[in-house]
Design a protein around this ligand. Sequence first.
Ligand SMILES: Nc1ncnc2c1ncn2[C@@H]1O[C@H](COP(=O)(O)OP(=O)(O)OP(=O)(O)O)[C@@H](O)[C@H]1O
Ligand SMILES: [Mg+2]
Length: 288
Amino acid sequence: MTNPAVAVHGLTKIFPVPFHRQSIVAVKDLNLRIDPGEVYGLLGPNGSGKSTTLKIILGLVSPTRGRTEIFGGDSRLVESREAVGFLPENPYFQKFLTGEETLHFFGRLCGLRGAALKNRVNELLRLVRLDRARNRRLGTYSKGMLQRIGLAQALIHDPRLVVLDEPTAGVDPAGSREIRDLILNLKERGITVLLSSHLLAQAQEICDRVGILADGVLVREGHLQELIAIENQTELVVADASDELVRDIESLLSRSNAKLIERRKSTTTLERLFLEATKNDEGTTKQK
Ligand SMILES: Nc1ncnc2c1ncn2[C@@H]1O[C@H](COP(=O)(O)OP(=O)(O)OP(=O)(O)O)[C@@H](O)[C@H]1O
Ligand SMILES: [Mg+2]
């Protein structure tokens, strides 16, 4: 049996509050298993324990109880983390470095040198569509550009697992869509992705499975389509139906035990509407 990409066993994290008797239970008896190649979304409102869980999985915060593993190795061991790339919630970059210099810096930290480093930096700048901005200082980058350089940084050493804490925080819909496409591209290449988000619509589009945290407790888990399906309801979307046909369908329903709950025009999502409305002549969305 292959090892899971991530395994979390009975994880609890309690933060003591100095000079107070109470403490904060950030994560409570959490169990997770993420298979290689999966895109898994850890969802939950602010303060529900998403970042704490991710940091423990990455070995950056120690658990109070329980243990976490990456590809079968204990998270606390440096060698377990070699296969992992991480985009933190608030990535800290040197604003005076250019995009290219930033990736060079992280590449050298990961032991890349010479032509291999140069090629990898070029490849990643193309992947995150920052090759034209490669010589600009990060101080002049927009939020979306910073997230994309952060994603490139997380990928520099070709990790098997990528952990992304709120990858689209503060990014507009077009930028979010680009990040979503990058994540789908990672999935196609067999890379496991563990991300946190409180944007449910986005998670819906990219995650194979999601877990929902509330106050540090996993309250739901599964395939998103199954989680959001309303078991006893079926939607029919019909194009080119005459009024008569619709009346016939309704009268057929009225003769059975089934109830017509809603009849409405199909709608697009607000995100798609926004993207259509802000498109330029070449069909790409206006943005830097
Ligand atoms: N270093 C810390 N010391 C004390 N309490 C902490 C610490 N880190 C997190 N917490 C607390 O643990 C709880 C979970 O925080 P966490 O950052 O994991 O939530 P989150 O789900 O990532 O939230 P957000 O959506 O705002 O990023 C919160 O109550 C937070 O205040
Ligand atoms: Mg967080």
